[in-house]
Design a protein around this ligand. Sequence first.
Ligand code: NOJ
Length: 417
Amino acid sequence: MANYRFPDGFKWGSATSAHQVEGGNHNDWTEWEKSPARIAQLKKEGKDPSGFISGKACDSYNRYEEDFDIAKKLNQNIHRFSIEWSRIEPEEGRFDFEAIKHYQCLVKALRDRGIEPMVTLWHFTNPVWFADKGGWLNSKAPGYFTRYAKYVVDNLKSEVGLWITFNEAFTVYAGHTKLNATWPSRGKGIFNFLKMRKNIAKAHILAYQSIKDSYKNVPSGQALHNGMSHNVMIGITENNVYVPDTKVFWTTWARRKYKNFRNFYFFKDNAPYYDFIGLNYYHMSRKPAFSKKNEIVSKQEFMKEVNWEIYPEGMYHVLKDLSKFKKPIYITENGIADESDQLREKFIKDHLYWVWRAIQDGVDVRGYLYWSLLDNFEWAEGFRPRFGLVEVDYATLERKIRPSAYEYGKICLTNQL
Ligand code: NOJ
């Protein structure tokens, strides 16, 4: 490959989320995964339920220093992780200082290694008390979330400059809980889907305003740790798919409608309330599905462990689409489930090439975070899909760096492809 240089200061790293790596959580997901209905469903599908219980996951709650040593060794300078709300506020209104102290240590561990923390406040899991009150359908949900967000930010603000309120809430989460109900779901249906999206958008806006207020109390001049990023930015992460046009006018029209409804729901109406866009891009989606002979893009290779159609050029198109919102973009996730590690290096490089192209064409992309640093608990798919740069042996919890991780590490070091 020729040399494709990224802008100075471009951030390179990887991402995880609390419930997928920490282990030992108690939240609405851990309640649901043990429920008789869920176990019966898995058995019906011929699956062993034990592979779908999150349990100790990667035990990163205890092993985060080891994990961050690996990230540093791989030349990463940003790391995205999430805070587990159910640890911080295990009962309504009771905030656990020990839990926040843990995350303070985690942030310090990153800073000590020269890695900038990017912190997600909500990544799919909820405290049990919150779910029992109706979760995101409760009109008080935005208030509950904001109170939690304020507590976290007030305790971490001098060390953290990059915040993400919600991860894939409007697309993946709302869809899986309220449309197809393949995730913990109380009250399936399109009206609940729409109501949930509205409430989460409200929660984001309230939290955004409250976080901004919290930073007003930080004396100007009080530098964030080690003089690293001082610009506090609060963003929101969404999953965007590439939706190809077809050869036919009407089906192209339908696909563009679907794309707008799916990809831009939050961004288009809330410009004052986010400082950056977090983009998770993985695959192409031929929805609505039409006759194959009308497809413009030929059939591509599939990510077999999760059955997604891989299309690196789609990265360029989703970035170009998002650039119309005129906010900086971080690629907060992009990755491949590939236990063999035969496809990962090429997957990363192909996608990065299209990121580079988008930057050449004026898109303001600030960083790329591979999903994921470690193999982890892949929600309803259990432990089988292996997205990690690092392989985790779930029996011994031993970490083994995959060859592709070193290749990605070279890109992180040299800031070029
Ligand atoms: C997006 C989600 O944020 C993350 O939790 C998940 O593991 C990856 N995509 C892969 O599906």
